[in-house]
Design a protein around this ligand. Structure first.
Ligand code: HEM
Ligand code: HEM
Length: 220
């Protein structure tokens, strides 16, 4: 009796495992979440299925590849919608079917805002030399260094303890010249640390400063 029960338990377990594996291998070839490619609307527009291009559509922030779907010929679907666009609204308004149809096609990407892809410089914070000097790595402060107009965060680098590097240089300053003069290594070391900002002139973010005679630093 006990043996029979054990056998049954194993049988049920077996069926479960087989079912799970089968589901995991679903025919839609979805790309794993962390490998999804990013597309802006602009980039997506190129995948309209025309002239041999692949056909991608976006719904609810995800991008699906409908190139191989018999229902999407040259990017055109039922004479109603065309690929290369965000069709979230069109799908919602579609009385024919819901989002479950998306399970039939591979999910390959995510839709991102145009400016996520824009020039990296847009997201870099601006520092004046004055502001930078506060990030010297002393007394628990973060440690930032500037080289060639960019600001790098060396706080977490084992090579920069409390803002001090090899007993030679300290953080919180523009070290462009020191790096140029350094025989030990070149700027390639900066690839090891995050680039977080750009160095700006003291007066970039304010009006020109005038002295007591009403002249700015250029004498005007
Ligand atoms: C607006 C009018 C639309 C009509 C009349 C329509 C109609 C259909 C029909 C008849 C099918 C086949 C259903 C089946 O195989 O059982 C289908 C499949 C599908 N539709 Fe639509 N649809 C529309 C809009 C959309 C939109 C906006 C999307 C969004 C991306 C979409 C995505 C799909 C997908 C992915 C399939 C499955 C394709 C495959 O199995 O290869 N449809 N649609
Ligand atoms: C002046 C004398 C300097 C010496 C002797 C020196 C030496 C070193 C050494 C031995 C390393 C480790 C190399 C490795 O991991 O293979 C290193 C890494 C590094 N150095 Fe320098 N360096 C100097 C100046 C500078 C300057 C001026 C900068 C400019 C910001 C700088 C930025 C870096 C960075 C970012 C790393 C990589 C840190 C990491 O991987 O976490 N170094 N340096």
């Amino acid at each position: 009796m006990v043996a029979k029960r054990k056998l049954l338990a194993f049988f049920i377990l077996g069926v479960l495992v087989v079912t799970l594996v089968a589901c995991g291998n679903g025919e839609d070839d979805d790309v794993p979440e962390d490998e999804l490619q990013e597309f802006t609307l602009d980039e997506l527009a190129e995948y309209d299925g025309q002239d041999g291009a692949d056909a991608y559509v976006a719904v609810d922030g995800y991008v699906y590849d409908v190139t191989d779907s018999a229902q999407w010929t040259d990017g055109s679907h039922q004479g109603e919608v065309t690929a290369g666009a965000d069709l979230t609204q069109e799908l919602e308004d579609n009385p024919q079917h819901g989002e479950e149809m998306l399970d039939n096609v591979p999910r390959i990407g995510i839709l991102v805002d145009e400016d996520d892809e824009a020039d990296d410089n847009d997201e870099l914070q601006e520092y004046t030399l004055d502001e930078l000097s506060a990030y010297d790595g002393q007394d628990g402060a973060d440690a930032y260094v500037a080289v060639d107009g960019y600001v790098y965060d060396v706080t977490d680098s084992a090579q920069w303890t409390d803002g001090s590097h090899q007993g030679e240089v300290t953080a919180g300053a523009d070290l462009t010249q020191e790096l140029e003069d350094n025989p030990q290594h070149g700027a390639e070391m900066l690839d090891n640390v995050p680039k977080i900002g750009i160095l700006v002139d003291e007066d970039t973010d304010g009006a020109p400063e005038y002295d007591e005679n009403g002249y700015d630093s250029n004498g005007y």
